[in-house]
Design a protein around this ligand. Structure first.
Ligand SMILES: CC(C)(COP(=O)(O)OP(=O)(O)OC[C@H]1O[C@@H](n2cnc3c(N)ncnc32)[C@H](O)[C@@H]1OP(=O)(O)O)[C@@H](O)C(=O)NCCC(=O)NCCS
Length: 174
């Protein structure tokens, strides 16, 4: 299969069902199709999708600016189709949103990650390292916050907080 170049852009409502499908294929917590479609309508500016040359959805990031903390971007989900992993696509998506942080007055990125998600933890560490930003991990949600219908209990979700960003860019804006 040819992977081609992946072009990054912001989603529209038409991308919602494809994101829902990729969430399932990537083994993530899957929200409803409605949630993804609504997300694409209301949080397009802080979300990213990647399409390959053949028009296949390769990746997405959903995120928002926290209403109670307007200098903080919360990255809700990041997913890369298994055929496209290990090619720095997730990093490109984080850079795509991160490059807009200064203009949006954002100084921190937050996300939650389960303790066993090595790839995701490495992704956030990589982003912090390359932006010369501090990275802090702390407990946030326990498994009890995520009731399951039978099956294995949900893992806890640790908060990762990266920043502050923008020490250099504030001079450019001044
Ligand atoms: C996490 C995920 C998005 C990473 O996507 P990716 O495009 O393969 O990641 P990248 O190629 O951009 O790699 C970014 C960094 O993470 C590291 N990394 C990626 N996958 C890794 C793995 N499996 N193990 C260790 N490190 C890994 C890379 O080496 C790179 O770090 P570096 O800059 O220090 O070299 C992808 O594995 C995925 O979709 N997983 C399933 C969904 C998921 O768990 N999402 C996160 C929870 S919301």
């Amino acid at each position: 299969m040819s992977r081609g170049d992946v072009r990054l852009t912001h989603p529209t409502a038409e991308d919602g069902p494809r994101m829902w499908r990729l969430a399932g294929e990537a083994g993530m917590d899957v929200n409803s199709p409605y949630a993804y479609t609504l997300w694409c309508r209301d949080f397009a500016k802080t979300s990213v999708i990647g399409y390959d040359d053949a028009g296949r959805l390769a990746s997405y990031v959903t995120g928002y600016v926290r209403p109670d903390s307007p200098d903080t971007y919360f990255l809700w989900q990041v997913a890369v189709d298994s055929a496209f992993r290990g090619q720095r696509l997730a990093r490109r998506m984080l850079d795509f949103v991160g490059d807009g942080f200064a203009d949006m007055g954002l100084r921190y990125l937050e996300a939650t990650v389960t303790p066993d998600n090595t790839a995701s933890r490495a992704l956030f560490a990589s982003f912090a390292r390359d932006r010369d930003a501090e990275i802090e991990w702390s407990p946030l949600f326990t498994g009890e916050h995520f009731p399951q219908e039978g099956g294995a209990p949900h893992e806890p979700e640790e908060l990762v907080r990266i920043g502050p960003f923008g020490e250099g860019t504030s001079q450019e804006r001044a």
